[in-house]
Design a protein around this ligand. Structure first.
Ligand code: SF4
Length: 64
């Protein structure tokens, strides 16, 4: 499973990287950067699901 971010709809609200710093970090422009390329642990999968749910622009998705 992998995280994906649609930068065209992300508006840099920061919920993902502030709440889930193990999965995301802020890049120089304020956009989220994915830190964990493969979601291999249950904790990572749970946090990824939470990030998808709270993103206000529905920019985050998880792909198999
Ligand atoms: S929570 Fe969504 S809109 Fe906010 S920075 Fe992350 S991807 Fe972008």
């Amino acid at each position: 499973m992998k995280l994906k971010i649609d930068r065209d709809v992300c508006y840099c609200s920061g919920e993902c990287y502030y709440n889930h710093p193990k999965l995301f970090k802020m890049d120089a422009e304020g956009f989220p950067e994915i830190v964990v390329l493969e979601l291999t642990t249950e904790q990572h999968k749970l946090e990824a699901e939470q990030a998808v749910e709270v993103c206000p622009s529905a920019a985050i998705s998880v792909e198999n």
